[in-house]
Design a binder for this molecule. Structure first.
Ligand code: FES
Ligand code: FES
Length: 161
């Protein structure tokens, strides 16, 4: 076992991990932050996306030991300091960007990383960015609308699926 220390949602955390422990498992089982979902474990679905040093990363593709010293943000760290929903989370709610909600933490984390890089993405840029995030329920249409709205853009022209 190896000791790892990282900052998660602004707090320093440590734990003992095996060399093979995935970051997603450390977050869910070691830290009990179960908002990060695991849908596949094979880098397909994007349900496990978190931010590592500000970049969107599928946490099932990274070893916990590789995150030593990193700044991690999970969906639990996305709300505003007063506990209200962030702009992106509120936009998902307002535009019905979720149904079962399984993909939603990963979608929100990917959307936040996209908007940090590109504050006014086009619809096609959003679709391209979300290629690694699978949703089995929504058909993506309302997710795209939510991200357009969160970026302050009109949702009127979002093409139907
Ligand atoms: S659980 Fe990581 S990509 Fe599916
Ligand atoms: S809302 Fe169900 S998988 Fe996306």
């Amino acid at each position: 076992m190896t000791k790892v220390t990282m900052t998660v949602n602004g707090k320093s955390v440590s734990g003992a991990v095996e060399g093979r422990t995935l970051l997603s498992d450390f977050i869910r089982e070691g830290l009990r932050l179960t908002g990060t979902h695991v849908g596949c474990d094979t880098s397909q679905c994007g349900a496990c996306v978190v931010h590592v040093d500000g970049k969107a990363v599928k946490s099932c593709t990274m070893l916990a030991a590789e995150a030593e010293g990193a700044e991690i943000k999970t969906i639990e760290g996305m709300a505003n300091p007063d506990g209200s929903l962030s702009v992106i989370q509120q936009a998902f709610q307002d535009h019905h960007g979720l149904q079962c909600g399984f993909c939603t933490p990963g979608m929100v984390m990917s959307a936040a990383a996209l908007l940090a890089e590109n504050p006014s993405p086009t619809e096609s840029e959003i679709r391209k960015y979300l290629e690694g995030n699978i949703c089995r329920c929504t058909g993506y249409h309302n997710i795209i609308k939510a991200i357009m709205a969160a970026s302050g853009q009109s949702v009127a022209d979002v093409a139907a699926e």
